[in-house]
Design a protein around this ligand. Structure first.
Ligand code: EPU
Length: 432
């Protein structure tokens, strides 16, 4: 196990390259099961969650070959329909394999998924959609068991525009018999990216990116080459880190349209922004001021960046409020930030923040992926040394984080926890 050791107080300055999108890749790694022939994914991210998903695919007889940022996948000889608890639990999107397995093999058995502990994260919309498409899916002893003779098109209304349910059902419908209409669909960029991939392999989809998506099922999908677009959440995290350290950071290879909500809130807090065709620059030359933020489905402020935003606002001037409307328990970062001197409390679905002049370095534990990123941001902006433990959470979704931050002038290193504990206890002994 490793920890991040961060010396805070150095402004981040410069350009940072952004790797392929985690959540788009995870959705596409379910859709690849639908195709025969080879799919080649380029700009493939080097992060833990996608590794876990590739290993899971191999358990179903899928051929996976990786060479740097290019991954070749061939699901022609798909031969499994069930996976064990250990392979499925680490990630949420293991569940999105259920529909593709039903489409290709008529049966599937998958233990309930896991992922970040940020709320109850039910799968009822997924089940409703699959059942409307003619499948019979039931939970037996913690395992979802499904079967179907032929999936058929259906009209599916989602009670909430769930990104995952939209992606799962849109993918499954691509091989169903007839037309599927998803109403109140999510309009997240990752849904649109998945639709582009499915169209590239032969699916007939209209309306992705709007709240009504229509899928005309086809008989067969064939693998193709597809470039994975850059990760908008990683990009947003670096922009916030730049603003929090009163630095000047440019993210490259990203669409400014995907950063609109963040940029407008950062400007409201007193940062500056400039953007071009495929880059966004944010800089801050003074202490930021407190603001109100409310998370919403796209194009609203993304829930995935509210935790780093809370860390940024912890040392802003005045009060801030962050209202989290998507996940009821995305709060694990708050007690850790308070260890660093933040003054935050929870009231209902909101985090109330009383800005302090500066955060102080401390030993903290990443509670989940984005909560971990929030602690790294806090450590970079804080006075003194911060140790972030449980960084396996951060490795799930941030590629080359410490290298990118070091290139921007941050002082951060990954050290083994055992080594750090030994040096830390020697230091404490000297103090006593
Ligand atoms: N929901 C239900 N029933 C369902 C599905 C969802 O009630 O069947 C609820 C959820 O509990 C939540 C809301 O609907 O309250 C939205 O959930 P959604 O399905 O949109 O989330 P997801 O697909 O499970 C993806 C991302 C998350 C991101 C959300 C929202 C992946 C792998 N995960 O999750 O990313 O927060 O969309 O944009 O794509 C992350 O990257 O850190 C992360 C958690």
């Amino acid at each position: 196990m490793n920890v991040f050791r961060i010396q805070g107080g150095y402004p981040l300055n410069g350009e940072v390259p952004i790797g392929g999108s985690k959540n788009a890749t995870l959705a596409i790694l379910s859709a690849v099961l639908m195709a025969k022939g080879e799919t080649v994914l380029t700009n493939f991210p080097n992060i833990r969650d996608v590794e876990v998903k590739l290993q899971l695919l191999e358990k179903f007889g899928v051929r996976v070959e990786r060479e740097g940022a290019t991954v070749r996948i061939d699901a022609t000889h798909l031969n499994g329909y069930e996976a064990d608890e250990e392979s499925v639990r680490p990630i949420r999107t293991s569940f999105y394999l259920l529909g593709p397995l039903l489409a290709r093999q008529g049966k599937a058995r998958l233990p309930a998924p896991g992922g970040c502990k940020i709320g109850t994260r039910p799968v009822d919309f997924h089940l409703k959609g699959l059942n409307l498409m003619g499948a019979n899916v039931e939970l037996n002893g913690g395992v979802y068991e499904g079967q179907v003779s032929q999936l058929r098109g259906a009209t599916i209304y989602l009670d909430f525009p769930s990104a995952g349910a939209t992606q799962h059902l849109m993918t499954t419908a691509a091989l169903a018999d007839g037309i599927t209409v998803i109403e109140n669909a999510a309009v997240e960029p990752e849904v649109q990216i998945l639709a582009h991939f499915l169209q590239a392999i032969g699916a007939n989809i209209e309306g992705a990116g709007t709240s009504t998506i229509t899928i005309q099922g086809v008989r067969e999908l064939r693998g193709r080459e597809f470039r994975l677009p850059e990760d908008r959440i990683q990009a947003a995290t670096y922009l916030m880190m730049g603003a929090a350290t009163r630095g000047d950071v440019t993210v490259k290879g990203v669409l400014p349209a995907f950063q609109t909500a963040l940029v407008s809130k950062l400007v409201e807090a007193g940062a500056h922004c400039e953007e071009g065709h495929d880059w966004v620059r944010v800089w801050a030359d003074r202490r930021l001021t407190g603001i109100r933020v409310k998370t919403m489905p796209y194009p609203g402020f993304p829930t995935d960046i509210q935790q780093p935003m809370a860390a940024l606002l912890a040392a802003a001037d005045g009060q801030s409020v962050i209202e989290e409307t998507i996940y009821e328990a995305r709060v694990g970062h708050i007690s850790e930030l308070n260890r660093m001197g933040a003054r935050m409390r929870i009231e209902g679905r909101s985090t109330l923040i009383e800005g302090v002049p500066a955060l102080q370095g401390a030993i903290v534990e990443a509670p989940d992926l984005r909560g971990g990123a929030a602690l790294v941001l806090a450590g970079l902006a804080a006075e003194g040394e911060t140790i972030v433990k449980n960084i396996y959470w951060i490795d799930r979704g941030y590629e080359a984080l410490e290298d990118n931050l070091a290139a921007l002038g941050g002082t951060i290193e990954r050290v083994s926890q055992a080594e750090w504990e030994a040096s830390h206890s020697a230091y404490e002994t000297r103090l006593n």
